[in-house]
Design a protein around this ligand. Structure first.
Ligand SMILES: [Zn+2]
Length: 315
């Protein structure tokens, strides 16, 4: 049995993975004002809480896997940098091991989610899959031959920062025109707001009192009414998302691209036009190398599954 932990800026979640099931799911608040040492201690306490809740003792736990934000050196169990918490070279695995006496492994949280979806969720049937999580940015993880591919010093597969428009919008990474500037959930919301401003007759105004109130669902709600402005927003968004996906597929040629994040709840409304956009743009045809484009299945649990699975693979 392995405990998976999903460390975030507001809270850390954890659960015990046994026979493919998550048990004893628990959560603890996290804070940027706490030291790395204090955070590690609360993760250790969280692990204990999970074991108790699942009616197990820590003796039954073989290892702990932690999905952490930022740049992670998974081989060394270090968080190299996590800007929100001001972490630099935090030996997270060693700290949590000190308080639990367990083998502890750390990987990037987006990679953990990709591994979770690949083994237990939407990617189960495939040996090669890529998860793109559409949120504030775009989180990504690549599974090749059933294994997580992280690049040198686990510094690779940052798909959100592949440029799709040279000299485009400025990105938090310092470059311009990154994929996530056009295809994240934040980008869709920005496009929705811009369109509402330029089109006061749009049905989108019925679902958001002002452009500031628009969220990731606004465009989809108005689309159900056949709103032309909403259709235009979605077409622009699909084109950006599709360009990025075609690039990624041309590079790795997975069997599946899995979309996570709140927008993926729209399902086929999003997928049908996306497939139509992507398939004709692939260098090698989808007839020759079939490609599934689908939505994630595990929601917020993907990272828990993946963190535990990763620890298991490293034992
Ligand atoms: Zn960028």
């Amino acid at each position: 049995m392995i405990i998976g932990i999903d460390l975030g800026g507001m809270s850390a979640k954890a659960a015990l993975l046994a026979q493919g099931q998550l048990k004893g799911k628990s959560r603890v608040a996290t804070s940027a004002s706490a030291s790395a040492e204090q955070t590690a201690l609360s993760l250790a306490e969280l692990a204990l809480q999970v074991a108790e809740k699942a009616n197990k003792s820590m003796d039954d736990v073989q290892a702990i896997g932690i999905g952490a934000p930022g740049v992670v050196n998974s081989a060394g169990g270090e968080v190299v940098s996590w800007t929100n918490f001001g972490w630099k070279n935090v030996p997270l695995a060693a700290l949590v091991r000190k308080y639990t006496g367990k083998n502890v492994f750390v990987l990037n949280d987006a990679n953990a989610a990709a591994l979770g979806e690949a083994r237990y969720g939407a990617g189960k049937r495939f040996s090669d899959s890529i998860l793109l999580t559409l949120g504030t940015g775009i989180g990504s993880g690549v599974i090749l031959n059933g294994k997580l591919f992280e690049g040198f010093r686990s510094a690779g597969t940052e798909m959100g920062h592949v440029v799709i428009r040279q000299d485009g919008e400025r990105c938090t990474c310092g470059r311009r025109g990154c994929f996530e500037r056009y295809a994240s959930a934040s980008a869709l919301i920005r496009m929705t707001r811009d369109k509402m401003v330029s089109d006061p007759a749009s049905a989108m105004w019925r679902y958001a009192a002002s452009p500031d109130d628009a969220d990731g669902r606004t465009v989809f709600l108005a689309l159900k009414e056949g709103d032309a402005a909403a259709r235009e927003v979605l077409e622009g968004y699909i084109a950006a998302l599709g360009e990025g996906i075609a690039n990624i597929v041309n590079a790795f040629r997975p069997q599946a691209v899995i979309l996570g994040g709140g927008i993926s709840a729209e399902g086929e409304t999003l997928l049908v036009p996306l497939r139509k956009y992507v398939y004709p743009r692939l260098y090698v045809s989808a007839e020759y190398a079939p490609l599934e484009i689908c939505c994630a299945a595990l929601g917020n649990d993907a990272g828990l599954y993946g963190a535990a699975e990763y620890a298991f693979s490293r034992l």
